[in-house]
Ligand binder design. Sequence first.
Ligand code: NAP
Length: 244
Amino acid sequence: MKLTGNTIVITGGTSGIGRELVGRLLERGNAVITCGRRKDRLDELKAAHPALSTYVCDVTDENQRKEFAARVASAHPAANVLVNNAGIQLKMELTRPADLAAVRREVETNLIAPVHFAMLFTPLLAKKDGAAIVNISSGLAFSPIAFMPIYCATKAAIHSLSLSLRRQTRDMGIKVYEIAPPSVDSELGHERWTKEQTSHGGMPVAEFVKGMLAALEADIAETGIGQAEGMREKREALFDAMNH
Ligand SMILES: NC(=O)c1ccc[n+]([C@@H]2O[C@H](COP(=O)([O-])OP(=O)(O)OC[C@H]3O[C@@H](n4cnc5c(N)ncnc54)[C@H](OP(=O)(O)O)[C@@H]3O)[C@@H](O)[C@H]2O)c1
């Protein structure tokens, strides 16, 4: 995938991976459009990068997703790349009384929004030079951590979705890439941090994004980075061994 001269839509640019991607992709001569819920963060980003286009959009809201896609189509008709990045990560105890609102919020953010955005953006991206959709899954797509069961299930679904979307868009000239991050030191899951905690550790965001951009530039359809490297292959080898 070429990484210059694109018009790139990134969901969730207000922190972590999305924010770093915004800076690095602007630097490489791309037009960049991003969204998020926090207007103060978007305004801060815009002040730091005047060329950036920002929109407030809560990706859990179907109408806001449609409105965002429509605004991109009319104000940025050259858009040729979509990065489905926005995500949340909730701790959830499946043996306690159900908090279905939280389950729905996590599934809507991490899975339904990328599905809907794929549907909304494919007509705009189709047949454009360098057209691509980049989905951010996780190493946890291939082996879940039990205390965040819904998160891991949504990421396994993003992996599956990426395989199907790649097949469905191949005649439209849209390439589909999947990036599986390891633990990355962003704000993900900050809702459950203690007062003293300012980070959950993991790979520095800048190092992760450097690896991600290198994988995209090398045109690799599916890449696990850091500890997520080879996780899919290891799981498949285990399955083969057990079913030999
Ligand atoms: N960090 C890791 O360890 C890790 C590992 C594997 C995969 N990932 C994936 O990487 C992606 C980026 O996460 P991150 O680590 O950069 O986390 P982050 O620092 O928490 O950033 C998440 C971004 O998503 C946006 N977002 C969340 N809910 C949204 C909503 N309803 N509407 C619009 N935007 C929303 C947030 O913006 P607002 O809050 O302003 O709305 C923020 O910009 C996610 O898909 C995550 O699952 C991360």
